[in-house]
Design a protein around this ligand. Structure first.
Ligand code: SF4
Ligand code: SF4
Length: 303
C-alpha cells in the first residue's frame, strides 16, 4: 500500500472518529435522564441486596420512593437500623426506633414425626409437593423441600430432616423465605430480645385430628392462655402470641413453656445471659436449634 493510501485511510478514520464523537455527545445530551442526587445518595446507603423485602422491586425503586416521600425510611431489613438512620438523615426526617424482624418457622415436626405420609416422586420443590394431596397427613406443616432455603440470599435458612431452621446469626428479616413458602408457615416476628417465644406449629385442627397426623403438633389445649391470657390467645385451636405485650424477662414465659404438653411454645434465637440466669435452677426449655447438615437433596418420602 502506498503512503498516500495510508494517509488517506488515517484521515478518513480520524474524520469518522470526530463525527462519531459529535453524534455520541449529541445523544448524551438528547437522551440524558437526570438522576436526582438525593436518590443517588439514598441508593449509596442501601445494601444493594435487591431482595424485595421493602415491598419494592429493588433498592433503586425503593430509593426513588423514599426520595418522593412515598415510603418510610425503615423498610430495608438487610440495612437495618443503621441504614434507616442514614436514610432519615438524608431525608431530614425522624426515624422511629424499630425492632429487627426475623423469620420464624411455625412447624417443628421432623420427617419421622409426621404421620400418614405417602410416596412422592414428583419435582422436589415445596411448590410442587403442595399441589399433591396426601403426601403427608398434616396439610399445614413444613414440606421440607427447601423452597425457602433456595430463596434466601443470606444462607440463613436450611432444611434438616424435613424441617426448615433459621440461623439467627445470619437472618436479616428480608422475608424472601416467607414469600415463597407455599404453606405460609414462615412469618416475620419482631425480635425484642435475642431469644423470642414463638408458636412452632400451624395446625388449626382439633386435638384428635392433630394427633392423627403429627406426633408433636399443638393440641389447642389452652394451658398456655390460662397462664398468660394477655400474652397468648387461642385462635380456633392454635395459640397466637401478642408481641405488643411480650416481655422477654417475664417469668410467666417459663411457666408457659413448662405447661405446654407438646412443647410447641418454644424459644427461637439465642438465650441471653439474663435469660440463662432467669432459668438457672430449671431445666432449659426446648429450643429449635439450627443444624446445618442439610438434607434437602436426599429427603425421602417413601412412607
Ligand atoms: S431466613 Fe433468609 S430469606 Fe428468610 S427472612 Fe431471614 S434472611 Fe430473609
Ligand atoms: S418452610 Fe421452607 S421447606 Fe418448609 S414448606 Fe415452606 S418453603 Fe418448603
Amino acid at each position: 500500500m502506498s503512503a498516500v493510501a495510508v494517509i488517506l485511510a488515517a484521515g478518513v478514520l480520524a474524520l469518522l472518529a470526530v463525527a462519531m464523537g459529535h453524534v455520541l455527545g449529541w445523544a448524551n445530551r438528547r437522551f440524558h435522564v437526570a438522576v436526582d442526587p438525593k436518590v443517588e445518595a439514598l441508593l449509596a446507603v442501601l445494601p444493594g441486596a435487591n431482595c424485595g423485602g421493602c415491598g419494592f422491586v429493588g433498592c433503586a425503586e425503593y430509593a426513588e420512593a423514599v426520595a418522593r416521600g412515598e415510603a418510610e425510611v425503615s423498610l430495608c431489613a438487610p440495612g437495618g437500623a443503621a441504614a434507616a438512620m442514614e436514610l432519615a438523615d438524608i431525608m431530614g426526617v425522624e426515624v422511629a426506633e424499630s425492632l429487627p424482624y426475623r423469620a420464624v418457622v411455625h412447624c417443628s415436626a421432623h420427617t419421622d414425626q409426621r404421620l400418614q405420609r405417602a410416596a412422592y416422586r414428583g419435582a422436589p420443590t415445596c411448590a410442587a409437593v403442595n399441589l399433591v394431596a396426601g403426601v403427608q397427613g398434616c396439610t399445614y406443616g413444613c414440606l421440607g423441600f427447601g423452597d425457602c432455603e433456595r430463596a434466601c440470599n443470606y444462607d440463613a435458612i436450611r432444611v434438616t430432616d424435613g424441617l426448615s431452621n433459621v440461623n439467627y446469626d445470619r437472618c436479616v428479616g428480608c422475608g424472601a423465605c416467607a414469600r415463597v413458602c407455599p404453606r405460609n408457615i414462615i412469618t416475620l416476628a419482631p425480635f425484642k430480645s435475642d431469644r423470642m417465644l414463638v408458636v412452632a406449629c400451624s395446625n388449626h385442627d382439633t386435638a384428635a385430628d392433630v394427633r392423627a397426623v403429627c406426633m408433636v403438633g399443638c393440641l389447642g389445649c389452652r394451658a398456655c392462655t390460662r397462664i398468660a391470657p394477655e400474652l397468648i390467645s387461642v385462635d380456633g385451636a392454635l395459640p397466637e402470641i401478642n408481641y405488643d405485650v411480650y416481655d422477654p424477662s417475664d417469668q410467666a414465659l417459663v411457666k408457659v413453656l413448662e405447661k405446654c404438653p407438646r412443647k410447641r411454645l418454644t424459644f427461637v434465637g439465642k438465650p441471653t445471659e439474663k435469660d440463662l440466669a432467669a432459668v438457672a435452677d430449671k431445666e432449659l426449655p426446648e429450643e429449635i436449634q439450627a443444624d446445618f447438615k442439610t438434607t434437602v437433596d436426599d429427603t425421602e418420602w417413601w412412607g
